[in-house]
Design a binder for this molecule. Sequence first.
Ligand code: 5CA
Ligand code: ZN
Length: 409
Amino acid sequence: MESWTSPSVPRLPGSGRPLALFDSSTQQVRPTTPGPEARMYVCGITPYDATHMGHAATYVAFDLVQRAWLDAGHSVHYVQNVTDIDDPLLERAVATGQDWREIAQRETELFRTDMMALGVLAPRDYVGAVESIPSVVRCIQLLRERGAVYAVDNDLYFDITSDSLFGEVSHLDLTAMLTVFGERGGDPDRPGKRHALDPLLWRAERHDEPAWDTELGHGRPGWHIECVAIALDTIGMAFDVQGGGSDLLFPHHEMGASHAEVMTGEWPFARHYVHTGMVGLDGHKMSKSRGNLVFVSRLRESGVDPMAIRLALVAHHYRDDWEWTDAGLTEAQARLERWRAAAALAAGPEFLPTLERVREVLAHDLDAPKALAAIDRWSDEALSRGGRNADAPGLMAQTSEALLGVTLR
Ligand code: 5CA
Ligand code: ZN
Protein backbone atom coordinates (compact mmCIF):
# COMPACT_ATOMS: atom_id res chain seq x y z
CA MET A 1 0.00 0.00 0.00
CA GLU A 2 1.04 3.60 -0.51
CA SER A 3 2.41 5.17 2.64
CA TRP A 4 2.39 8.97 2.99
CA THR A 5 5.05 11.65 2.68
CA SER A 6 7.21 12.22 5.74
CA PRO A 7 8.05 15.70 6.95
CA SER A 8 11.77 16.46 7.11
CA VAL A 9 13.50 16.19 10.49
CA PRO A 10 16.07 18.84 11.44
CA ARG A 11 19.39 17.54 12.75
CA LEU A 12 20.20 18.78 16.22
CA PRO A 13 23.64 19.46 17.68
CA GLY A 14 25.08 16.61 19.76
CA SER A 15 23.21 13.37 20.09
CA GLY A 16 20.11 12.03 21.81
CA ARG A 17 20.27 9.55 24.69
CA PRO A 18 19.32 5.90 24.63
CA LEU A 19 15.55 5.61 24.87
CA ALA A 20 13.94 3.70 27.73
CA LEU A 21 10.28 2.68 27.45
CA PHE A 22 7.78 0.88 29.65
CA ASP A 23 7.47 -2.70 28.45
CA SER A 24 4.14 -4.35 29.28
CA SER A 25 5.70 -7.81 29.24
CA THR A 26 8.33 -7.19 31.92
CA GLN A 27 6.21 -4.43 33.48
CA GLN A 28 9.05 -1.99 33.84
CA VAL A 29 10.76 0.90 32.13
CA ARG A 30 13.71 -0.66 30.31
CA PRO A 31 16.20 0.73 27.81
CA THR A 32 15.45 -0.09 24.18
CA THR A 33 18.56 -1.59 22.61
CA PRO A 34 18.23 -1.17 18.87
CA GLY A 35 21.03 -1.89 16.44
CA PRO A 36 22.04 0.73 13.87
CA GLU A 37 18.55 0.27 12.47
CA ALA A 38 15.73 0.27 15.01
CA ARG A 39 12.70 -1.86 14.10
CA MET A 40 9.17 -0.93 15.12
CA TYR A 41 5.73 -2.30 14.28
CA VAL A 42 2.67 -0.29 15.29
CA CYS A 43 -0.83 -1.66 14.79
CA GLY A 44 -2.65 0.46 12.24
CA ILE A 45 -6.26 1.44 11.75
CA THR A 46 -9.29 -0.56 10.77
CA PRO A 47 -10.45 1.91 8.13
CA TYR A 48 -14.22 2.08 8.55
CA ASP A 49 -14.35 5.60 9.96
CA ALA A 50 -12.19 8.71 10.26
CA THR A 51 -9.16 9.17 12.53
CA HIS A 52 -10.22 10.24 16.03
CA MET A 53 -8.13 11.81 18.78
CA GLY A 54 -7.43 8.40 20.35
CA HIS A 55 -5.86 7.09 17.15
CA ALA A 56 -3.98 10.35 16.67
CA ALA A 57 -2.60 10.24 20.22
CA THR A 58 -1.37 6.69 19.69
CA TYR A 59 0.38 7.38 16.37
CA VAL A 60 1.88 10.62 17.66
CA ALA A 61 3.27 8.75 20.70
CA PHE A 62 5.07 6.23 18.48
CA ASP A 63 6.20 9.10 16.29
CA LEU A 64 8.02 10.43 19.36
CA VAL A 65 9.69 7.02 19.72
CA GLN A 66 10.92 7.21 16.15
CA ARG A 67 12.13 10.79 16.59
CA ALA A 68 14.03 9.91 19.79
CA TRP A 69 15.78 7.03 17.99
CA LEU A 70 16.64 9.23 15.02
CA ASP A 71 18.09 11.83 17.38
CA ALA A 72 20.17 9.09 19.01
CA GLY A 73 21.68 8.26 15.62
CA HIS A 74 19.65 5.21 14.57
CA SER A 75 17.82 4.76 11.34
CA VAL A 76 14.33 3.38 11.85
CA HIS A 77 12.47 0.67 9.97
CA TYR A 78 8.90 1.49 10.85
CA VAL A 79 6.04 -0.77 9.79
CA GLN A 80 2.32 -0.24 10.13
CA ASN A 81 -0.62 -2.30 8.89
CA VAL A 82 -4.10 -1.43 7.69
CA THR A 83 -6.78 -3.92 8.73
CA ASP A 84 -8.57 -3.46 5.43
CA ILE A 85 -10.70 -6.58 5.80
CA ASP A 86 -12.43 -7.36 9.12
CA ASP A 87 -15.89 -7.65 10.67
CA PRO A 88 -16.35 -3.94 11.58
CA LEU A 89 -15.63 -2.90 8.01
CA LEU A 90 -18.12 -5.39 6.59
CA GLU A 91 -20.74 -4.39 9.17
CA ARG A 92 -20.31 -0.72 8.22
CA ALA A 93 -20.63 -1.63 4.54
CA VAL A 94 -23.92 -3.44 5.17
CA ALA A 95 -25.22 -0.59 7.36
CA THR A 96 -24.46 2.11 4.78
CA GLY A 97 -24.99 0.15 1.58
CA GLN A 98 -21.46 0.94 0.39
CA ASP A 99 -18.79 -1.36 -0.93
CA TRP A 100 -16.37 -2.36 1.87
CA ARG A 101 -13.40 -1.69 -0.44
CA GLU A 102 -14.55 1.85 -1.11
CA ILE A 103 -14.96 2.57 2.60
CA ALA A 104 -11.49 1.17 3.32
CA GLN A 105 -9.85 3.16 0.53
CA ARG A 106 -11.57 6.39 1.45
CA GLU A 107 -10.86 6.17 5.18
CA THR A 108 -7.26 5.06 4.65
CA GLU A 109 -6.71 8.06 2.39
CA LEU A 110 -8.21 10.37 5.01
CA PHE A 111 -5.93 8.80 7.64
CA ARG A 112 -2.86 9.51 5.48
CA THR A 113 -3.95 13.14 5.11
CA ASP A 114 -4.49 13.42 8.87
CA MET A 115 -1.08 11.88 9.62
CA MET A 116 0.65 14.28 7.22
CA ALA A 117 -1.13 17.25 8.74
CA LEU A 118 -0.05 16.13 12.21
CA GLY A 119 3.57 15.81 11.08
CA VAL A 120 3.76 12.05 11.72
CA LEU A 121 6.73 10.35 10.03
CA ALA A 122 5.56 7.78 7.52
CA PRO A 123 6.10 4.04 7.92
CA ARG A 124 8.61 2.57 5.48
CA ASP A 125 6.20 -0.31 4.96
CA TYR A 126 2.50 0.42 5.05
CA VAL A 127 0.82 -2.92 4.44
CA GLY A 128 -2.81 -3.95 4.05
CA ALA A 129 -4.33 -7.19 5.31
CA VAL A 130 -5.75 -8.00 1.90
CA GLU A 131 -2.40 -7.78 0.15
CA SER A 132 -0.90 -9.96 2.92
CA ILE A 133 -3.25 -12.90 2.45
CA PRO A 134 -0.67 -15.14 0.71
CA SER A 135 1.71 -14.46 3.56
CA VAL A 136 -0.97 -15.14 6.20
CA VAL A 137 -1.68 -18.46 4.52
CA ARG A 138 2.01 -19.42 4.72
CA CYS A 139 2.08 -18.54 8.42
CA ILE A 140 -0.97 -20.67 9.14
CA GLN A 141 0.60 -23.58 7.24
CA LEU A 142 3.75 -23.28 9.35
CA LEU A 143 1.65 -23.24 12.53
CA ARG A 144 -0.13 -26.31 11.25
CA GLU A 145 3.21 -28.10 10.80
CA ARG A 146 3.88 -27.31 14.46
CA GLY A 147 0.58 -28.96 15.44
CA ALA A 148 -0.89 -25.69 16.69
CA VAL A 149 -3.91 -25.50 14.38
CA TYR A 150 -7.30 -27.25 14.43
CA ALA A 151 -10.58 -26.83 12.60
CA VAL A 152 -14.07 -26.04 13.85
CA ASP A 153 -16.34 -26.66 10.88
CA ASN A 154 -14.16 -25.12 8.16
CA ASP A 155 -12.69 -22.35 10.32
CA LEU A 156 -9.16 -22.69 11.63
CA TYR A 157 -8.17 -21.97 15.23
CA PHE A 158 -4.87 -21.59 17.06
CA ASP A 159 -4.38 -23.89 20.04
CA ILE A 160 -3.03 -21.63 22.82
CA THR A 161 -1.78 -24.62 24.80
CA SER A 162 0.89 -25.06 22.10
CA ASP A 163 2.58 -22.01 23.65
CA SER A 164 4.09 -22.64 27.08
CA LEU A 165 4.70 -18.90 27.50
CA PHE A 166 1.09 -17.88 26.82
CA GLY A 167 0.27 -14.89 29.04
CA GLU A 168 3.80 -13.46 28.97
CA VAL A 169 2.72 -10.20 27.33
CA SER A 170 -0.40 -9.22 29.27
CA HIS A 171 -0.04 -11.14 32.58
CA LEU A 172 -3.82 -11.26 32.92
CA ASP A 173 -5.44 -14.08 34.84
CA LEU A 174 -7.83 -16.45 33.09
CA THR A 175 -10.99 -14.67 34.24
CA ALA A 176 -9.77 -11.31 32.98
CA MET A 177 -8.61 -12.87 29.72
CA LEU A 178 -12.01 -14.46 29.15
CA THR A 179 -13.87 -11.21 29.78
CA VAL A 180 -11.62 -9.09 27.57
CA PHE A 181 -11.46 -11.72 24.82
CA GLY A 182 -15.24 -11.63 24.43
CA GLU A 183 -15.27 -7.83 24.36
CA ARG A 184 -12.53 -7.46 21.78
CA GLY A 185 -13.49 -9.59 18.83
CA GLY A 186 -13.03 -13.07 20.35
CA ASP A 187 -15.58 -15.92 20.46
CA PRO A 188 -15.09 -17.62 23.87
CA ASP A 189 -18.44 -19.41 23.71
CA ARG A 190 -18.22 -21.08 20.33
CA PRO A 191 -18.89 -24.82 20.68
CA GLY A 192 -16.19 -27.12 19.36
CA LYS A 193 -13.22 -25.01 20.41
CA ARG A 194 -10.59 -26.74 22.53
CA HIS A 195 -10.00 -23.72 24.73
CA ALA A 196 -12.38 -20.76 25.06
CA LEU A 197 -9.49 -18.38 24.36
CA ASP A 198 -8.28 -20.05 21.16
CA PRO A 199 -8.29 -17.32 18.50
CA LEU A 200 -9.46 -17.59 14.92
CA LEU A 201 -6.73 -17.91 12.30
CA TRP A 202 -8.83 -18.38 9.20
CA ARG A 203 -12.53 -17.80 8.63
CA ALA A 204 -14.09 -19.94 5.94
CA GLU A 205 -16.35 -18.20 3.45
CA ARG A 206 -19.79 -17.11 4.66
CA HIS A 207 -22.72 -16.14 2.54
CA ASP A 208 -22.37 -12.50 1.41
CA GLU A 209 -18.85 -12.07 2.77
CA PRO A 210 -15.73 -11.56 0.69
CA ALA A 211 -13.41 -14.57 0.47
CA TRP A 212 -10.12 -15.43 -1.19
CA ASP A 213 -9.24 -18.69 -2.84
CA THR A 214 -6.18 -20.16 -1.11
CA GLU A 215 -4.60 -23.46 -0.16
CA LEU A 216 -6.57 -23.20 3.09
CA GLY A 217 -9.79 -23.04 1.13
CA HIS A 218 -12.09 -20.14 0.40
CA GLY A 219 -12.05 -17.61 3.23
CA ARG A 220 -10.37 -14.67 4.92
CA PRO A 221 -7.70 -14.17 7.58
CA GLY A 222 -8.19 -13.80 11.31
CA TRP A 223 -6.98 -10.60 12.93
CA HIS A 224 -3.89 -11.44 15.01
CA ILE A 225 -2.16 -13.54 12.36
CA GLU A 226 -2.39 -10.59 9.96
CA CYS A 227 -0.06 -8.45 12.08
CA VAL A 228 2.30 -11.37 12.65
CA ALA A 229 2.60 -12.08 8.91
CA ILE A 230 3.26 -8.41 8.12
CA ALA A 231 5.80 -7.95 10.91
CA LEU A 232 7.73 -11.11 10.05
CA ASP A 233 7.74 -10.26 6.32
CA THR A 234 9.25 -6.84 6.98
CA ILE A 235 11.29 -6.69 10.21
CA GLY A 236 11.49 -10.29 11.42
CA MET A 237 11.58 -11.69 14.95
CA ALA A 238 12.93 -9.90 18.02
CA PHE A 239 12.20 -6.45 16.69
CA ASP A 240 12.53 -3.53 19.06
CA VAL A 241 9.01 -2.26 19.69
CA GLN A 242 5.53 -3.65 19.10
CA GLY A 243 3.13 -0.78 19.67
CA GLY A 244 -0.53 0.06 19.93
CA GLY A 245 -3.16 1.28 22.33
CA SER A 246 -3.70 -0.48 25.67
CA ASP A 247 -6.85 -2.01 24.17
CA LEU A 248 -4.52 -4.22 22.10
CA LEU A 249 -2.56 -5.67 25.03
CA PHE A 250 -5.00 -8.57 25.19
CA PRO A 251 -5.87 -10.48 23.15
CA HIS A 252 -4.19 -8.92 20.12
CA HIS A 253 -0.57 -8.56 21.21
CA GLU A 254 -0.66 -11.66 23.41
CA MET A 255 -1.94 -13.77 20.50
CA GLY A 256 0.47 -12.18 18.04
CA ALA A 257 3.48 -13.02 20.20
CA SER A 258 2.13 -16.51 20.71
CA HIS A 259 1.55 -17.16 16.98
CA ALA A 260 4.98 -15.85 16.01
CA GLU A 261 6.92 -17.69 18.71
CA VAL A 262 5.20 -21.04 18.12
CA MET A 263 5.57 -20.63 14.37
CA THR A 264 9.29 -19.79 14.35
CA GLY A 265 10.40 -21.59 17.51
CA GLU A 266 12.20 -18.35 18.38
CA TRP A 267 11.73 -15.87 21.22
CA PRO A 268 10.77 -13.07 21.56
CA PHE A 269 8.43 -11.71 18.92
CA ALA A 270 9.11 -8.17 20.16
CA ARG A 271 11.66 -6.94 22.68
CA HIS A 272 9.31 -4.26 24.04
CA TYR A 273 5.52 -4.26 24.01
CA VAL A 274 4.52 -0.64 24.36
CA HIS A 275 0.96 0.53 25.01
CA THR A 276 -0.59 3.96 24.94
CA GLY A 277 -3.40 5.01 27.26
CA MET A 278 -6.97 5.43 26.06
CA VAL A 279 -8.26 8.83 25.09
CA GLY A 280 -11.85 9.39 26.12
CA LEU A 281 -14.62 11.87 25.64
CA ASP A 282 -17.33 12.53 28.22
CA GLY A 283 -16.24 9.69 30.48
CA HIS A 284 -15.89 6.94 27.88
CA LYS A 285 -13.08 5.57 25.75
CA MET A 286 -13.34 7.23 22.35
CA SER A 287 -14.37 4.44 20.02
CA LYS A 288 -15.84 4.07 16.60
CA SER A 289 -18.37 1.60 17.94
CA ARG A 290 -19.52 3.98 20.70
CA GLY A 291 -19.62 6.98 18.38
CA ASN A 292 -18.28 9.53 20.92
CA LEU A 293 -15.67 10.86 18.56
CA VAL A 294 -13.66 13.98 17.88
CA PHE A 295 -12.15 13.65 14.41
CA VAL A 296 -8.82 15.12 13.37
CA SER A 297 -10.24 15.93 9.93
CA ARG A 298 -13.26 17.80 11.35
CA LEU A 299 -11.07 19.95 13.56
CA ARG A 300 -8.78 20.68 10.63
CA GLU A 301 -11.76 21.63 8.45
CA SER A 302 -12.94 24.02 11.15
CA GLY A 303 -9.60 25.82 10.85
CA VAL A 304 -7.77 24.44 13.89
CA ASP A 305 -3.99 24.41 13.33
CA PRO A 306 -2.86 20.76 13.25
CA MET A 307 0.20 21.72 15.28
CA ALA A 308 -2.14 22.84 18.08
CA ILE A 309 -3.86 19.44 17.88
CA ARG A 310 -0.46 17.78 18.13
CA LEU A 311 0.47 19.92 21.14
CA ALA A 312 -2.84 19.05 22.80
CA LEU A 313 -2.01 15.34 22.36
CA VAL A 314 1.56 15.44 23.64
CA ALA A 315 0.55 17.50 26.68
CA HIS A 316 -0.44 14.10 28.17
CA HIS A 317 1.92 11.29 29.06
CA TYR A 318 1.43 8.58 26.45
CA ARG A 319 0.65 5.91 29.05
CA ASP A 320 -2.06 7.88 30.84
CA ASP A 321 -5.74 7.55 30.06
CA TRP A 322 -7.14 11.04 29.52
CA GLU A 323 -10.11 12.97 28.24
CA TRP A 324 -10.16 15.18 25.17
CA THR A 325 -11.58 18.61 26.11
CA ASP A 326 -12.03 21.97 24.41
CA ALA A 327 -10.06 23.52 27.26
CA GLY A 328 -7.10 21.26 26.46
CA LEU A 329 -7.17 22.41 22.85
CA THR A 330 -7.43 26.07 23.84
CA GLU A 331 -4.42 25.65 26.11
CA ALA A 332 -2.47 24.04 23.28
CA GLN A 333 -3.36 26.89 20.93
CA ALA A 334 -2.07 29.43 23.46
CA ARG A 335 1.14 27.40 23.92
CA LEU A 336 1.67 27.23 20.15
CA GLU A 337 1.30 31.01 19.88
CA ARG A 338 3.77 31.58 22.73
CA TRP A 339 6.30 29.17 21.25
CA ARG A 340 5.96 30.76 17.79
CA ALA A 341 6.45 34.22 19.23
CA ALA A 342 9.54 33.07 21.15
CA ALA A 343 10.94 31.29 18.09
CA ALA A 344 10.53 34.49 16.06
CA LEU A 345 12.65 36.58 18.42
CA ALA A 346 16.02 37.83 17.16
CA ALA A 347 17.82 36.45 20.24
CA GLY A 348 17.07 34.63 23.48
CA PRO A 349 18.65 32.93 26.47
CA GLU A 350 21.03 30.04 25.72
CA PHE A 351 18.93 27.08 24.47
CA LEU A 352 21.38 24.15 24.70
CA PRO A 353 20.59 23.33 28.35
CA THR A 354 16.89 23.18 27.44
CA LEU A 355 17.65 20.88 24.51
CA GLU A 356 19.53 18.54 26.86
CA ARG A 357 16.63 18.65 29.33
CA VAL A 358 14.14 17.81 26.57
CA ARG A 359 16.32 14.89 25.48
CA GLU A 360 16.67 13.68 29.05
CA VAL A 361 12.95 13.64 29.87
CA LEU A 362 11.96 12.11 26.53
CA ALA A 363 14.59 9.38 26.89
CA HIS A 364 12.96 8.33 30.15
CA ASP A 365 9.73 6.75 28.89
CA LEU A 366 8.81 9.68 26.66
CA ASP A 367 7.83 12.24 29.26
CA ALA A 368 6.49 14.74 26.74
CA PRO A 369 4.65 16.87 29.34
CA LYS A 370 8.00 17.59 31.00
CA ALA A 371 9.53 18.39 27.62
CA LEU A 372 6.74 20.91 26.99
CA ALA A 373 7.33 22.43 30.43
CA ALA A 374 11.05 22.88 29.65
CA ILE A 375 10.31 24.67 26.37
CA ASP A 376 7.61 26.73 28.13
CA ARG A 377 10.17 27.93 30.67
CA TRP A 378 12.64 28.93 27.97
CA SER A 379 9.91 30.67 25.94
CA ASP A 380 8.58 32.61 28.93
CA GLU A 381 12.05 33.78 29.77
CA ALA A 382 12.85 34.68 26.17
CA LEU A 383 9.61 36.64 25.83
CA SER A 384 9.89 38.47 29.14
CA ARG A 385 13.61 39.05 29.56
CA GLY A 386 15.15 38.36 26.16
CA GLY A 387 18.76 37.26 25.89
CA ARG A 388 21.80 37.65 23.71
CA ASN A 389 22.11 34.33 21.95
CA ALA A 390 21.06 34.89 18.34
CA ASP A 391 21.03 31.14 17.54
CA ALA A 392 18.76 30.19 20.43
CA PRO A 393 15.34 30.90 18.87
CA GLY A 394 16.35 28.88 15.79
CA LEU A 395 17.56 25.97 17.88
CA MET A 396 14.39 26.09 19.96
CA ALA A 397 12.28 25.81 16.79
CA GLN A 398 14.45 22.96 15.46
CA THR A 399 14.17 21.09 18.75
CA SER A 400 10.40 21.43 18.80
CA GLU A 401 10.25 20.19 15.21
CA ALA A 402 12.80 17.35 15.45
CA LEU A 403 11.86 15.85 18.81
CA LEU A 404 8.20 16.78 19.25
CA GLY A 405 7.14 17.08 15.61
CA VAL A 406 5.73 20.53 16.33
CA THR A 407 6.65 22.89 13.49
CA LEU A 408 6.82 26.53 14.47
CA ARG A 409 7.39 27.98 11.01
N1 5CA B 1 -6.55 -2.49 13.15
C1 5CA B 1 -6.46 -2.76 14.55
C2 5CA B 1 -5.03 -3.00 14.99
S1 5CA B 1 -4.23 -4.24 14.07
C3 5CA B 1 -7.07 -1.64 15.37
O1 5CA B 1 -7.06 -1.72 16.57
N2 5CA B 1 -7.58 -0.61 14.67
S2 5CA B 1 -8.32 0.65 15.35
O2 5CA B 1 -8.67 1.52 14.24
O3 5CA B 1 -9.35 0.23 16.19
O4 5CA B 1 -7.26 1.37 16.24
C4 5CA B 1 -6.07 1.91 15.67
C5 5CA B 1 -5.06 2.22 16.77
O5 5CA B 1 -5.56 3.24 17.63
C6 5CA B 1 -4.75 1.02 17.66
O6 5CA B 1 -3.37 1.06 18.02
C7 5CA B 1 -5.62 1.26 18.88
O7 5CA B 1 -5.06 0.67 20.04
C8 5CA B 1 -5.58 2.77 18.98
N3 5CA B 1 -6.78 3.35 19.63
C9 5CA B 1 -8.07 3.07 19.35
N4 5CA B 1 -8.91 3.77 20.15
C10 5CA B 1 -8.11 4.53 20.95
C11 5CA B 1 -8.36 5.49 22.01
N5 5CA B 1 -9.60 5.83 22.37
N6 5CA B 1 -7.28 6.06 22.60
C12 5CA B 1 -6.02 5.76 22.22
N7 5CA B 1 -5.73 4.87 21.24
C13 5CA B 1 -6.75 4.26 20.62
ZN1 ZN C 1 -2.37 -5.29 14.94
